[in-house]
Design a protein around this ligand. Structure first.
Ligand code: NAP
Length: 288
């Protein structure tokens, strides 16, 4: 990579950020296409978020990905939102258009592309059990309902957050899908599990080897598809799903597709998804 006076800078803000895999596959894609761009991780302390956004303008940074814990908070510093970012209430991509900061959410489309293209799973008419009610769960529930699922059962450790997400969804999709709350303590009950076509773990649980195992995949029927959006390792849920012979996938493909969509917003060029995946594989990241 050769950095010159004309090199365009994009990057990611988060706290912490050192674990980010995005620089690996974005920089590989820029290099492959011969684009004069560089992708840089920026560790931003929460109290510096406003200053960091002003710096994006001041330094003429072309685009920024946004990760934990800023996806919701960043909205108040932006000039405009895409319809998806506005309805989900979270931004993971910012485009600096001549000083105007526009916020997008590519997690929604990134999730559905990974599920349908890589997982070969068609969500239409299916029953889904979704675990989690954080930013990722918002994007994923929007994606699944728009893709035509029949029923969404939502559970989360903090009940209030699950109920908040459900009432948010009801505002947008009143009659489009059956929306149900499930008490967290009932998540492994056989009468719930036997009706699940697709299970999604949208929590951060599983990132560390000593994390609790929240779901017992051996209780799912043989045709259940298990999707764990954790992407830094093969989680215990995925390992158990594989052992049971269920179709399953981890979060790396969602990471790649949401990144590919950000890439396209910034560069106006089609993202080389296979090159991005290869770059991660070469770094030892497990693409399931
Ligand atoms: N693959 C991808 O492209 C992609 C994209 C976005 C996010 N992610 C990953 O998805 C995960 C969630 O991200 P997020 O933005 O939604 O984070 P978040 O807003 O902080 O939400 C975290 C979620 O995890 C739950 N949780 C955390 N610790 C728990 C525990 N010990 N037991 C039960 N539930 C627990 C939280 O439950 P409470 O509400 O009870 O706290 C909440 O539902 C992160 O690991 C992130 O890296 C992956």
């Amino acid at each position: 990579m050769k950095i010159t006076g004309r090199t365009k800078v994009v990057g990611v803000i988060g706290h912490p950020i050192s674990h980010s895999l995005s620089p690996i596959f974005h920089n590989a894609a820029f290099e492959y296409l011969g684009l004069d761009f560089v992708y840089v991780p920026f560790s931003v302390r929460p109290e510096e978020l406003k200053t960091a956004l002003r710096a994006v303008r001041a330094l003429n940074i072309v685009g920024i990905n946004v990760t934990v814990p800023f996806k919701e908070k960043v909205i108040s510093y932006l000039d405009e939102l895409s319809p998806e970012a506005s309805s989900i209430g979270a931004v993971n991509t910012i485009s600096n258009e001549d000083g105007k900061l526009v916020g997008y959410n590519t997690d929604e489309e990134g999730f559905i592309r990974s599920l349908t293209r890589e997982g070969k799973f068609d969500p239409e008419g299916k029953s889904v059990l979704l675990l989690g009610a954080g930013g990722a769960a918002y994007a994923i529930s929007f994606a699944l309902i728009k893709a035509g699922i029949k029923k969404l059962v939502l559970t989360n450790r903090t009940e209030e957050k699950a109920r908040r997400l459900l009432s948010h969804l009801r505002k947008f999709f009143k009659d489009k899908c059956e929306l149900c709350f499930l008490e967290f303590s009932r998540r492994n009950s056989p009468e719930v599990m036997r009706k699940v076509d697709l299970f999604v773990n949208a929590t951060s649980v599983g990132m560390r080897p000593d994390d609790p195992v929240l779901i017992k995949p051996h209780l799912f029927p043989q045709n259940t598809f298990v999707y764990d959006i954790v992407y830094n390792r093969e989680t215990e849920i995925l390992r158990a799903a594989k052992k049971r012979g269920l179709s399953c996938m981890g979060g790396l493909d969602m990471l790649i597709y949401q990144g590919a969509l950000s890439f396209e917003i910034w560069t106006h060029q089609r993202a080389p998804v296979e090159i991005m995946r290869k770059a991660l594989k070469e770094k030892g990241c497990c693409v399931i």
